[in-house]
Design a protein around this ligand. Structure first.
Ligand code: GH3
Ligand code: MG
Ligand code: MG
Length: 318
């Protein structure tokens, strides 16, 4: 173990140094309280053995300071007091000391105390490792709970989480977002013709295509069964329209056979809406717009992108 010894008495320091070295511990010794804190921070010891009365900083003050410093884990603290200082022992333990030794220091006493110190220190280290593992696991579980297992995209829950800050950024910082709803065309027929597993494979291919065509900063989610949602930050209907059109044509170019579709290949339709400041509209209203635009794209024959605004208005929305 790494052990810091703080004592202003030369004999105690010598006994401590010899005993600790003999036991194979790494030992660092300082001869006054004033130096102890810096030495403690530099060494980050597993155990501190400190005299009570010293110039600079008393053992009690040192102990309190160490216990207040949460970033250093849990060093085992042994307070060294003079004979007959029973009350001091209680006060020291209350301040956070784990054990005490009475002067004059005896090598056997010190050895016995260090056995307990090693036990407690290793328990604390195991707890720390376990805590780190749990924290890591927790992060992983959170990530899993936000991801759609089939496509690897964010799921509905992730979208709900992400929409809150988006709403705030529109209100507070005047940012704007385009929202695109994408739906695979004639997908029921695809499943009926090629089977559900092939359907799953096709959904993965669509998700990969959307991801390929998206830019950094765009966010993609699996919105429902064969529906996807794209968020384009700081885009107008025109520029987001270009992006989503690229996704549409990209999928068509993959030419995944689909005998039940008019084009003979798997395609998507999309509806696009904008969420911008000074509109006093809710995200839900914007999603409804996108849904209506998507419905229009379906009605107009599928495999196309529709916006919320008529073409004349689009020209102004650069
Ligand atoms: P439209 O072009 O109007 O969107 O027609 P559609 O057939 O795509 O729409 P509909 O809502 O009638 O059917 C959607 C189909 O998507 C039905 C459902 O079984 C299928 N689907 C939804 N989720 C999954 C999935 O995870 N895997 C597979 N293989 N199919 C799915
Ligand atoms: Mg659908
Ligand atoms: Mg569909």
């Amino acid at each position: 173990m790494k052990i810091l010894v703080v004592d202003d008495e030369a004999t105690s320091r010598l006994i401590a140094r010899v005993t600790l070295r003999e036991l194979g511990h790494q030992c660092h010794v300082v001869d006054e309280g004033g130096l102890a804190w810096d030495a403690f921070l530099a060494l980050k010891p597993d155990v501190v053995i400190s005299d009570w009365v010293m110039p600079g900083l008393t053992g009690l003050e040192l102990c309190r300071k160490i216990r207040a410093e949460t970033a250093v884990g849990y060093p085992y603290f042994i307070m060294v007091t003079s004979q007959g200082a029973g009350e001091q022992v209680v006060e020291g333990m209350m301040a956070g000391a784990d054990d005490f030794l009475i002067k004059p220091l005896l090598s056997a006493d010190l050895k016995a105390r260090l056995i307990a110190a090693e036990r407690v220190t290793s328990l604390h280290q195991q707890l720390e490792v376990r805590r780190g593992e749990l924290e890591h696991l927790n992060h992983e579980l959170t990530a899993i709970s936000l991801r759609d297992p089939l496509t690897g995209l964010g799921n509905r829950r992730a979208l709900d989480d992400d929409l809150d800050p988006i709403r705030a950024r529109v209100d507070r910082y005047g940012q704007r977002y385009c929202i695109g709803l994408v739906d695979v065309d004639d997908f029921k027929a695809y499943n009926d013709t090629y089977g559900h597993q092939a359907g799953d494979q096709a959904l993965r291919a669509v998700a990969a295509q959307l991801k390929d065509q998206a830019r950094r900063g765009d966010a993609l989610y699996r919105y429902g069964g064969e529906e996807f949602l794209c968020i384009f930050p700081e885009q107008s209907l025109v520029t987001a329209g270009v992006a989503i059109e690229r996704m549409r044509s990209g999928l068509q170019a993959m030419a995944i056979p689909h005998s039940g579709s008019a084009t003979g290949v798997l395609t998507i339709s999309a509806g696009l809406a904008i969420f911008e400041p000074d509109q006093a509209r809710s995200v839900d209203a914007v999603l409804k717009d996108a849904d209506e635009a998507l419905y229009r794209a379906k009605r107009l024959g599928r495999n196309q992108v529709e916006h919320t605004l008529p073409p004349a208005e689009l020209g102004k929305s650069k």
